[in-house]
Design a protein around this ligand. Structure first.
Ligand code: DX5
Ligand code: ZN
Length: 218
C-alpha cells in the first residue's frame, strides 16, 4: 500500500486547519507542506510560523518539502515548527551531505529532492544519509501541472538501485499525481504519493485518498 501525502498547496488557504483535519479524517497518512522562496522556484508559499500553527491540530506525519535556495538557513526553524521529514533539493545545496546531517542533528528525517532534469547520480555519495528520496514528476513551483511521463524510467531505475543495494529508503513522487499516474508510479517503484489537486480538488477528500491508495496498490 502506498503512503498518501496530500499536498496542502492545493488546499483552501483561508481554512488550513479545517483542510488538515479533513484529510486526516479522510485517511491520509502524511501531510505534505510545500515551502517556496520565490527564488529557487518562481512562487511563494508559507513559512515555519504556519507549520508551527498547524502542528497542534494534527497527528499526521509532517513532510516538509523545502524549495529554497539556501535550505540550510531554515532547517532549525522547520524542525522546531514540528517537521518530521525535511526534503532539500540537491540542486540548491552546495554542501548536500552537510545539510542532510544538519537535518538529522535537528531531530528530523533527512530526504533529498531531485528536479526532473537532475540525474540520479547526484545521490551516489549521500545514500547513507537519507531516509527518503523525492523525485519531482513536474518542475517544482506550482500545483496542477501534468505528470512528466519520462519520469517513469527514472523512478524504476532508482527503485532498482535501492532494491539491489538493500537500502531501506522511501521513494516519494510529487507532481501531477492522480489515480492513473499513481498506478504507473507505484508500478515503477514509488512508495509515497504526494497529491495536491487530486485530493483538494475533490469535494470528498476521503474518497480521493482512497482512490489514490487503491490505484497505487500492487
Ligand atoms: C510542486 C509541489 C507539489 C504540488 C503538487 O512544486 O512540490 O507538492 O503541490 O501538486 P499537484 O498534485 O497538484 O501536482
Ligand atoms: Zn512538494
Amino acid at each position: 500500500m502506498p503512503i498518501i501525502a496530500p499536498s496542502l498547496l492545493a488546499a483552501d488557504f483561508a481554512n488550513l486547519q479545517g483542510e488538515v483535519e479533513a484529510v486526516a479524517r479522510g485517511g491520509a497518512d502524511w501531510l505534505h507542506l510545500d515551502i517556496m522562496d520565490g527564488h529557487f522556484v518562481p512562487n511563494l508559499t508559507i513559512g515555519p510560523a504556519v507549520v508551527a500553527a498547524l502542528r497542534p491540530h494534527s497527528q499526521l506525519v509532517f513532510d516538509v518539502h523545502l524549495m529554497l535556495s539556501r535550505p540550510e538557513d531554515f532547517i532549525l526553524p522547520f524542525a522546531r515548527a514540528g517537521a518530521d521529514y525535511i526534503s532539500v533539493h540537491a540542486e540548491a545545496c552546495t554542501h548536500l551531505h552537510r545539510v542532510l546531517q544538519q537535518i538529522r542533528e535537528a531531530g528530523c528525517r533527512p530526504a533529498v529532492a531531485l528536479n526532473p532534469a537532475t540525474p540520479l547520480s547526484v545521490l551516489d555519495h549521500v545514500l547513507g544519509e537519507v531516509e527518503m528520496i523525492l523525485l519531482m514528476t513536474v518542475n517544482p513551483g506550482f500545483g496542477g501541472q501534468e505528470f512528466i511521463p519520462a519520469m517513469l524510467p527514472k523512478i524504476a531505475s532508482l527503485a532498482a538501485k535501492l532494491r539491489e543495494n538493500r537500502l531501506d529508503i522511501l521513494l516519494e513522487v510529487d507532481g501531477g499525481i492522480n489515480p492513473e499516474t499513481a498506478a504507473a508510479a507505484c508500478q515503477a517503484g514509488a512508495g509515497v504519493l504526494v497529491a495536491g489537486s487530486a485530493v483538494f480538488g475533490c469535494p470528498d477528500r476521503g474518497a480521493a485518498i482512497r482512490e489514490l491508495r487503491q490505484a497505487g496498490k500492487l
